[in-house]
Ligand binder design. Structure first.
Ligand SMILES: [Zn+2]
Ligand SMILES: [Zn+2]
Length: 248
């Protein structure tokens, strides 16, 4: 039985139109008890005042929905910050002002990602950026670890570099997510790939599971199989409340 979806984008993300009340209704219909709304924060295009306004409004709306569905569904206050280490002051302000349950950091873009023919080198740069993000701290979860595979439909990562990234995640008390959007976005099984999930198990016991939903039909997409797989590998799916891991 699926109990959670820890990666959902509402209309407070630039690329989603889903209303929180519609998200909540669908999740309750599917018996999901905990769901993190992880709206995008992109400081390269959104200034801190804009971000503060949108999260104030979202907090208010989310509190109302949580009251309405008390005992059936809890929406967790999450955020997915793009390249957070590049904007330390804005990230600090955001985290100080809002009482997030859950902060995810993701690498969405690096120079030459789509144009370079040297996929191995760009993949190296991608993980190098990720390592800097992990080391900068202030995040709980590293989003869609090998997302770069979406662009290349294959894996050009360096084995040792990925090992270094996985160890850094552990050292900085962060965890990864199992993100089910890989299938619909790139025809891949999961972000990260199964072999990386198994390697991650060597350094950690915990994951979050999420669909990275931007549309209503993505709200429960492959959640059950991701949860089943994680548990079979020995990884415990967790939620976060007030930035603390909770095993259900
Ligand atoms: Zn993302
Ligand atoms: Zn996302």
């Amino acid at each position: 039985m699926t109990r959670m979806n820890m990666h959902i984008h509402s209309e407070y993300s630039w690329d989603s139109k889903m209303k929180l009340k519609d998200i909540a209704k669908i999740l309750v219909e599917h018996g999901i008890r905990y769901a993190a709304i992880t709206d995008h924060v992109e400081f390269d295009r959104e200034d801190i005042m804009f971000v503060r306004r949108k999260f104030s409004q979202r907090d208010h709306e989310m509190n109302e929905i949580n009251k309405q569905y008390e005992g059936r569904l809890k929406l967790l206050k999450g955020v997915e910050i793009s390249e957070p280490d590049l904007y330390p002051e804005q990230v600090k302000t955001l985290i100080d002002v809002f009482d997030f349950d859950f902060v995810m950091g993701s690498i969405h873009d690096i120079p030459n990602l789509k144009t370079s023919k040297n996929r191995k080198y760009v993949t190296y740069l991608y993980y190098q950026r990720m390592l800097k993000m992990i080391e900068a701290g202030n995040i709980d979860v590293v989003g869609h670890l090998d997302y770069i595979n979406k662009y290349y439909h294959g894996d050009y990562s360096d084995f040792n570099q990925v090992t270094e990234v996985l160890h850094a995640i552990k050292e900085h008390d962060q965890i990864i997510e199992v993100n089910t959007s890989a299938e619909r976005r790139a025809g891949l099984n999961l972000f990260p790939s199964m072999d990386k999930i198994c390697r991650y198990k060597l350094v950690s016991d915990y994951v979050t599971i999420g669909t990275d939903a931007h549309r209503e039909n993505e709200l429960v997409d492959n959640l059950e199989s991701a949860e089943y797989l994680s548990e079979k590998i020995g990884l415990q799916p967790v939620i976060f409340e007030k930035r603390k891991k909770i095993v259900l």
